[in-house]
Write a protein that binds this ligand. Structure first.
Ligand SMILES: [Zn+2]
Ligand SMILES: [Zn+2]
Length: 228
């Protein structure tokens, strides 16, 4: 599907953020995702959690700017040691990110540890690539053989850090013990969701580790933020 229209994401519409759930894309007006507040970042994280499991529309070869309709240019960027790509309007109207690239840019994604991989392998044999949807044999591969994307998980540490930043922004103090509790709670929510998948599920999107992780952590996050 080319020339995908990006609808306004009503939750944070006034921030100039748009989303297309089936394409798993986020549009950011002008300065892009870097100017988002911690609350907006966590709000988007939760939104991705609710939208990530939905049926996937394959990525188009080109996208147009929702403001001026010019074709967006594919852009390669490097932040800290993280490589990521996005599309941007040459007239500076904004940037278009896939969900995964947004999560990567915000340091919410990391590679699984060997212990986590082994734990996963006990229950799940085949997963689907978070990038292209292709099958990955967990017992043999650590990257997608179709598109090369490495197996990745949501990083509970990164999300806990964002919660911490949000709390500092509200001038509340947070103890290291509380922060560690947050990290462990998010970590467990993700692991439980993986283990709940069982060995054979026909729904392929349910074996997308990032979709499972972002949904589980997003839900845990919602309960946490409400309790604050
Ligand atoms: Zn434009
Ligand atoms: Zn792939």
């Amino acid at each position: 599907m080319t020339d995908q229209a990006v609808e306004t994401y009503s939750g944070v519409g006034r921030l100039g953020v748009g989303s297309c759930a089936p394409c798993k894309l986020l549009w950011f007006d002008r300065s892009g995702s870097i100017s988002l507040t911690p609350r907006a970042v966590l709000g988007l994280f939760q939104y991705i959690g609710t939208a990530a499991g939905a049926a996937r529309t394959p990525l188009a070869s080109t996208y147009r700017c929702p403001r001026c309709s010019d074709t967006l240019a594919l852009t390669y960027d490097l932040q800290r040691s993280t490589r990521f790509t996005y599309w941007r309007c040459a007239n500076d109207h904004g940037q278009l990110f896939t969900f995964n690239m947004f999560l990567r840019e915000k340091n919410f994604i990391r590679s699984p540890t060997l212990a986590e991989l082994n734990k996963l392998r006990e229950t799940v044999r085949q997963i689907s690539c978070s990038q292209c949807g292709g099958p990955i044999d967990l017992s043999e591969d650590t990257a997608c053989t179709h598109c090369g994307a490495p197996i990745a998980l949501i990083d509970p540490d990164g999300v806990a850090k964002a919660v911490h930043e949000l709390t500092i922004g509200q001038q509340a103090s947070i103890s290291p013990a509380t922060q560690e509790q947050t990290r462990i709670a998010l970590s467990n929510a993700q692991l439980d969701a993986f283990l709940d998948q069982g060995p054979s599920d026909e729904n392929e999107s349910s074996h997308d580790l990032l979709a499972i992780g972002v949904a589980a952590i997003g839900a845990a996050l919602g309960a946490m933020l409400l309790a604050r």
